[in-house]
Write a protein that binds this ligand. Sequence first.
Ligand SMILES: NC(=O)c1ccc[n+]([C@@H]2O[C@H](COP(=O)([O-])OP(=O)(O)OC[C@H]3O[C@@H](n4cnc5c(N)ncnc54)[C@H](O)[C@@H]3O)[C@@H](O)[C@H]2O)c1
Length: 268
Amino acid sequence: MPGALVTGGASGLGFAISRALVERGFEVWIADIDEGAAAAAAAQLGPRARPLWLDVADRAACDSAAAAVTDLAVWVNNAGILRTRPSWEHPADEVAAMFAVNTTGLINGTLAALAVFRARRRGHVINIISLAGLVAPPGETVYAATKHAALAFSTGTLLDLRAAGVRDVHISSVCPDGIWTPMLYDKVDDPQAAPSWSGVMFRPEQVAARAMTLIDRPRPILVLPRWRGALVRTFDAFPRLGLRLAPLVMADARRKQRAFARKGRPPA
Ligand SMILES: NC(=O)c1ccc[n+]([C@@H]2O[C@H](COP(=O)([O-])OP(=O)(O)OC[C@H]3O[C@@H](n4cnc5c(N)ncnc54)[C@H](O)[C@@H]3O)[C@@H](O)[C@H]2O)c1
């Protein structure tokens, strides 16, 4: 049975991806810093799921995890944290924590998996980035910086692999819009988090299902939904246009966020 490991697999999108991988016949290691949550998640998914305590910021621990998984075929770097503020208001430890998990953690996981995959000359790393990896919205700027770096590392490493003649090791990056997960549960009333409501609010299962399509057909970057990728890339290509439109986009996002809070949230 092929093995898969999902970082941050105990909650939200990571849990949905773990469930989808179990359903596709993988033996899944639910690797999370929250040991109790990982155990509970694995128990819920049945005998093909195993809990693993892992802090992705610890490179050696990621290496050990990759070596421990039997027949490792897929490694999903999903663990992430979001803190919202204008960039200058983040305490230094908050900036460091976001980079440690979202960027260094993803790099650690990718390199740990690649050590196994390059030796076998096959395998697939799936990196969960964000639409914030393509554009930096106000209030989520530092988070976006961590995700831009994570995306650059992912696409650059894929080029390194191909330049080294490695054909059957893949790195796919997923850039989803907002997802209704515990990451956002305490941010419905936070105006700094409004960008998360600026477009589509997915259910984790929807994003997990799209991520599963990558198993059969790896892609360098999968943006969800696709039209949002085109839109945010326009802002990136024309920054002055982005600056001019940002107040309108943010006002609309805040309106959607308030409506979401008012109408009642989908079940957690
Ligand atoms: N929720 C959204 O709107 C959204 C949108 C786009 C991308 N994302 C990304 O999706 C991924 C999953 O987020 P989510 O929304 O499911 O959040 P979540 O908070 O529900 O889950 C994150 C999981 O990561 C774990 N984690 C945190 N730090 C860790 C560490 N150091 N080592 C191992 N595990 C750790 C947590 O314990 C938790 O189980 C993240 O990378 C996030 O940035 C989320």
